[in-house]
Design a protein around this ligand. Structure first.
Ligand code: SAM
Length: 418
């Protein structure tokens, strides 16, 4: 019999010392061991890699990872993938305890509050919320039927009975509204109106939110106002799996450029930006987040071309605009830019980076988001916005358009692959 208690105490100490867990959550943490919600085969994220761990094959190793501060994938490919090997896309998980408790801290719950959770996953968060607020005050919605059934079973076995709904969480759950708090544990690009409509004025919504530019998210804490708007700051960077309907089939070069030559409208130019400025090592770099706020409907990807050059590709999502940047890491003055389509995507990225640098390279937590009454998502920088005016993100919005690119020439060289 493995005694998990010392490891659980160690993690609790760490979460408290780092300020990740607020003291009012200690009782719930102690009452709800995460291991009760984890499947027999699971894939903890260890140094960026999901490793397979089977309880049957190695119980000690399974318990080791069940009590660590790591995210654990619990389903691949919407359940189509079975077995111990990793699948293609992680589609359900138990979030990292540090992230769970910091989101709970952002949620700032008080006794008696009614909470809606979107993304039941393993059911661990729903159990923790039940322990903290009472199971009658917790409703959780999970889109995947198998995941929802498994969570219900795990909850019942552990002695908790919050309402678990199988359905699309983007619709919320109007039958138990209004909610005092809404916690979303899958990331969104578009915040559904239903969540704000189902929250009472003064309610707090906490969720991972991001842009199309990068898979990176940031946790946003929104407070709902009397007039049906919601507004608040980002609290920290994060990386969550996206809600099912917003997953993007990643565009590829051949969707934008047919054949082996640059299209006729290709514009070639130089760039003063070095690769490290726009392709940071960290998955959580603020620059990615901020460029995403400023350059809408655009994704980016990077890699080495067949000649070993570091290459960045940008693809427009609302038209066929594209850009390719070939960085010369030894001599940045030799980096070359190719752009095509109606937008000059690289020029937009350069302008966004310039704006960010001019504003002192602010981090995630300097930004906030307002959802207007008509559902528009308006990011902003600076002091919290008051509902009297929507403060735009930019006091000096860069003008994006066809005239931004300094020198335009046409190239006939061959297209290297991304
Ligand atoms: C990171 S996991 C949730 C972790 C969970 N809170 C826990 O305690 O284990 C994200 C979950 O969101 C679910 N999900 C994705 N899209 C959804 C949607 N539209 N509505 C409800 N759940 C969704 C996924 O199936 C997945 O189980």
């Amino acid at each position: 019999m493995i005694d998990a208690e010392p490891e659980l105490r160690k993690l609790r100490g760490h979460l408290l010392e780092t300020g990740t867990m607020s003291p009012d959550w200690v009782r719930a943490y102690d009452a709800v061991p995460r291991a009760l919600f984890l499947p027999d085969v699971m894939w903890p994220s260890v140094e960026g890699q999901d490793i397979a761990v089977s309880r049957e094959d190695d119980p000690a190793r399974w318990h080791h990872w069940a009590t660590r501060n790591v995210a654990i994938t619990t389903q691949w490919d919407d359940g189509r993938h079975t077995g111990v090997a990793r699948g293609e896309l992680p589609t359900s998980s138990s979030s990292m305890p540090g992230m769970v408790f910091s989101m709970f801290a952002d949620l700032s719950v008080a006794d008696g509050m009614r909470v809606l959770e979107i993304g039941t996953g393993t059911g661990w968060c729903a159990a923790l919320l039940s322990a903290r607020l009472g199971e009658d005050n917790v409703v959780s919605v999970e889109v995947d039927e198998t995941v929802a059934d498994r969570a219900r079973k795990a909850l019942h076995t552990a002695g908790w009975h919050p309402e678990v709904i199988t359905g699309d969480g983007l619709l919320g759950w109007p039958h138990r509204a209004p909610y005092d708090r809404i916690l979303v544990t899958a990331s969104v690009r578009e915040i559904p109106r239903a969540w704000i409509d189902q929250a009472r004025p003064g309610a707090v919504l906490v969720m991972p939110w991001g842009t199309r530019y990068t898979p990176q998210d940031a946790i946003v804490r929104l407070v709902v106002a009397d007039d049906g708007t919601a507004s608040g700051r980002f609290t920290r960077p994060a990386r969550f799996m996206q809600v099912r309907s917003e997953r993007l089939g990643w565009p590829t070069q051949s969707d934008y450029i047919l054949g082996d030559s640059w299209p006729a409208d290709t514009r070639e130019s130089a760039t003063a930006l070095i690769a490290a400025e726009v392709l940071p090592d960290s998955d959580f770099a603020a620059v990615d987040f901020v460029i995403g706020l400023l350059v809408s409907d655009c994704v980016h990807t990077s890699g080495r071309d067949p000649y070993g050059r570091l290459t960045m590709w940008l693809f427009g999502l609302t038209d066929r605009s594209w850009a390719a940047v070939f960085f010369d890491e030894d001599d940045p003055t030799d980096s070359r830019v190719f752009q095509g389509g109606p937008r000059n995507l690289w020029a937009e990225v350069e302008a966004a980076h310039h704006w960010w640098a001019e504003h002192g390279r602010p981090g995630h937590e300097k930004f906030g988001l307002t959802i207007t009454a008509d559902g528009h998502q308006q990011p902003w920088l600076g002091e919290p916005y008051t509902n009297a005016e929507v403060r735009p993100i930019l006091d000096s919005t860069p003008t994006f358009g066809h005239d931004v690119l300094p020198e335009e020439t046409r190239s006939t060289s061959t297209v290297p692959t991304a």
